[in-house]
Every structure is written in structure tokens, then in C-alpha cells.
Design a protein around this ligand. Structure first.
Ligand code: FDA
Length: 384
């Protein structure tokens, strides 16, 4: 069978590209249902974009690569499409846009757009060898060989293998001699053995930092370690063996608060002081870990400085992360130096395109990864 354009992967990027691409495009996916990650995203409400999208919110070996695609299909453009489909939405914190009802509204939007463009979505398709016969790309499937002049690879990353993630895009890139950067799980919870098991369920505001910027968001204690938006964000910048710096109650000037407490309530115990500003279970934990005995009256200036630093620069060394099993995204991917930033086409292989998560462009938490899927798909579709 022959078609002009073949897209591998009926996820966010692949379906969106099909909706904007030429009529007759065929989309192949091995899953039983399209866009499963869209369906489960954002806790079932799909954080479909972020109004504050800027190139600085993405990690890549080449921080400039995403600029062109992000500028030519913006968060406002996707929002206009959402509104044209009458999908009710709301803004949560920090420009994050979510569906009011369900992420299924976005899946339906993507399928409706693909249908309008007369694309054909073939599910439960097993993809085998991918090659080139001199004039056409060839894709072996369980239902025969497909041939196409243009091949768009949109099969995502390695995160959540039980949902069908396979790393196929990297193998195709390598098959055509394109470089792939190291890949690792990102937006992923940290493990700490059972160190925080007694605190499981607690959520506290923090500013968390690995190598990159500090993220002032919530941190969640889990049975296995630390999660919540602040930790997921920091995980994208963390490397094995390194420490995290956590500022507890980041809006609090701890030194000032301790001095005021010493004056106003000198007999208050240090533990009670902490419990007045942090959840009691965490205050207990910290008091034991930092060996905080005595009351505020006994605090010297040197001790206030040391304590304040310990609370605003709490150093933690994770044992690891939960890995691809729960990571929201894969950091790294097809090296952007091999791709044209305006079209996502492989510079050395005309007609071959990579879009979405399989490219070495990874967004922060907060709708940025879907915006990259939409923007990279739109850039590619314009060139098809
Ligand atoms: P995507 O993974 O969507 O699609 C790839 C498709 O290729 C899949 O349909 C898969 O079945 C198919 N495929 C893979 N290998 C194949 C093979 N060998 N043969 C055939 N088909 C194959 N982002 C965001 O911006 N806001 C959010 O709210 C969330 N929430 C969220 C929650 C959870 C739990 C996860 C895991 C992830 C998120 N994300 C997110 C991230 C977001 O889901 C992700 O960045 C995009 O789905 C990436 O879109 P792609 O189209 O590139 O890959």
C-alpha cells in the first residue's frame, strides 16, 4: 500500500500533525486506543498548554532549537482551537490550562481534526522494519508493507512502558544514522528508601533545586520518597548521586522568624515553634533529625543562622528515582542538531521528520510538553 504521508504514533503530536497535514495521511499505532497519554494526563483533566510558554521552560542540548516552532504555533493558537471545539477549560496556577470536564475532550478534538483532514488512523498495528527503497520510505507492518514519500515519527519516549512506550523513534533515528542523545526519566518522583515513610501523604510548600532553577511549588512525601510538582520539576535537572536543596516554607525568613519568636515567646520549645509553621508530623521529624532540644530563649545568633540555613537549604540525597515506570516524560532523544528547527525534518534524510517527545526537547511540568507536541507537529505539518 502506498500513501504520500505516513505518521508513526497516534499520540498527541502524531494526531495533531495528521489534523493539519495533507489529506489521505495514514497514522499507525500499536495501541488499541489513540492518545492514551492525553487521556490519563493532568489527573484526567489534561493540562493541555501553558500560557506562559517560553523557550526557557524547556530542556535541550540546544536551548534555541524549540524557539521557532514555539513561536509559530503558540499556546494561544491551541487555546483558540480548544475554544472552537467548545471544550470548557480553566486556568489553574501559573498559566496552566486544564479541561473542566475531562481530558477525553482533547482526545475527541484531536480525532475530529484528523478526521476533518481525511486522515486514516490505524490502531493495533505492529510496526516492524522501517527502511527506504530509494524513492519511498517503507514500513513493515503485520498487515503488509506501507510505502510513503514522507515519514513522520511521533512515537514518543520511553516513559510508562505499560502504556505502550517503546523507544521506537530512537531506533528509527539510529537506523538512518541520526544521533540520539542520552535519554533518562524526567518529571519523576525521587526514592529515599523508607526514610520519609512516616510522613507519607504530607504536602508542603517548598522551593526545590537540583542543578537548574529552583521550583517554588508543593512537595509531597510518599511511602517511597518525595514527589509533588516541586520534586518532579527538580528531577529533570538531577543526576544520580547528587543532592537536592530544599527550602521549607520558602516565603518564611527563618532567621527573622526565630528572632521574633525568641522575643515574643522565649519559652516556646523549638519543636513547637516549627510546628507553628510546618505540619506537626514534619516538625517532629525535623526536630529529631536536627536534634532540636530546648526553647527559643536559649538560641544564640550563631545557632539561629545555622538553623535558618538548615531549614532554607535542607540538603537531601535521593537514592534514585522511580524511573520510566512513573516518569511523565523522557529527557533527551533525537539530537536536535540533526533536525531543521522550522520543519522537524532530518537534515540528512529528506522526507523523514521527528516530532513530539521523541525529540531532545523536554518541557517543565505544567502543560509545556503538550505545547511542544502541538508546536512541533504544526511546524512539521506546514512542511508536508
Ligand atoms: P505520546 O506518548 O503521546 O504518543 C506516542 C504514540 O506512539 C502512542 O500512542 C504509542 O502507543 C505509540 N507508539 C509508541 N511506540 C510504538 C510502536 N513501537 N509501534 C506503534 N506505535 C507506537 N504533559 C502536559 O503537557 N500536560 C499534562 O497534563 C501531562 N500529564 C501527563 C501525565 C502522565 C501520567 C504522563 C505519563 C505524561 C503526561 N504529560 C503531560 C506528558 C505528555 O503526555 C507527553 O509529553 C506527550 O504525550 C508526548 O506526545 P507524543 O505524541 O510525542 O507521544
Amino acid at each position: 500500500m502506498e500513501t504520500s504521508t505516513l505518521i508513526l504514533g497516534a499520540g498527541a503530536a502524531g494526531l495533531f500533525c495528521a489534523g493539519l497535514g495533507p489529506p489521505g495521511t495514514v497514522v499507525l499505532d500499536h495501541a488499541a486506543r489513540p492518545a492514551e497519554k492525553v487521556r490519563i494526563s493532568g489527573g484526567g483533566r489534561c493540562n493541555f498548554t501553558n500560557l506562559g510558554t517560553r523557550p526557557e521552560s524547556f530542556l535541550s542540548r540546544n536551548p534555541h532549537f524549540a524557539k521557532s516552532a514555539l513561536a509559530s504555533y503558540t499556546a494561544r493558537d491551541f487555546l483558540a482551537l480548544v475554544e472552537s471545539h467548545r471544550v470548557p477549560w480553566h486556568e489553574k496556577t501559573l498559566g496552566q490550562l486544564f479541561c473542566d470536564r475531562s481530558s477525553k475532550d482533547i482526545v475527541a478534538l484531536l480525532l475530529a481534526e484528523a478526521e476533518r483532514a481525511r486522515a486514516e488512523v490505524r490502531l493495533r498495528a505492529t510496526i516492524g522494519e522501517v527502511g527506504h527503497d530509494g524513492t519511498r520510505f517503507t514500513v513493515e507492518t503485520d498487515r503488509g508493507t506501507l510505502r510513503a514519500r514522507r515519514l513522520v515519527v511521533a512515537t514518543g519516549g520511553k516513559s510508562i512502558p505499560r502504556m505502550g512506550a517503546t523507544g521506537l523513534a530512537y531506533r528509527i533515528a539510529e537506523r538512518f544514522g541520526l544521533p540520539v542523545t542520552d535519554t533518562r526519566p524526567a518529571l519523576v518522583p525521587f526514592t529515599f528508601g523508607d526514610r520519609f515513610a512516616d510522613l507519607a501523604g504530607l504536602s508542603v510548600p517548598v522551593a526545590a533545586q537540583a542543578r537548574g532553577p529552583a521550583f517554588a511549588e508543593a512537595m509531597l512525601f510518599t511511602h517511597r520518597g518525595l514527589s509533588g510538582p516541586a520534586m518532579l520539576q527538580a528531577s529533570s535537572y538531577w543526576r544520580e548521586g547528587e543532592e537536592l536543596a530544599v527550602a521549607l516554607a520558602p516565603d518564611t525568613d527563618w532567621a527573622e522568624a526565630l528572632r521574633e519568636g525568641r522575643k515574643a515567646a522565649p519559652r516556646q520549645s523549638l519543636k513547637a515553634f516549627l510546628a507553628s509553621r510546618l505540619p506537626a508530623r514534619l516538625a517532629d521529624y525535623l526536630a529529631a533529625e536536627m536534634e532540636l532540644n530546648g526553647n527559643l530563649a536559649g538560641l544564640s545568633e550563631a545557632r539561629i543562622t545555622a538553623l535558618s540555613r538548615a531549614l532554607s537549604d535542607w540538603r537531601l540525597r535521593p537514592t534514585g528515582t522511580e524511573g520510566y515506570r512513573t516518569a511523565e516524560v523522557t529527557l533527551g532523544g533525537v539530537d536536535t542538531k540533526a533536525l531543521d528547527s522550522r520543519t522537524m525534518e532530518a537534515k540528512a534524510v529528506p522526507g523523514l521528520y521527528f516530532i513530539g517527545e521523541c525529540v531532545d526537547v523536554t518541557g517543565w511540568l505544567g502543560g509545556y510538553n503538550f505545547q511542544w507536541a502541538w508546536s512541533s507537529a504544526a511546524a512539521c505539518a506546514r512542511a508536508l
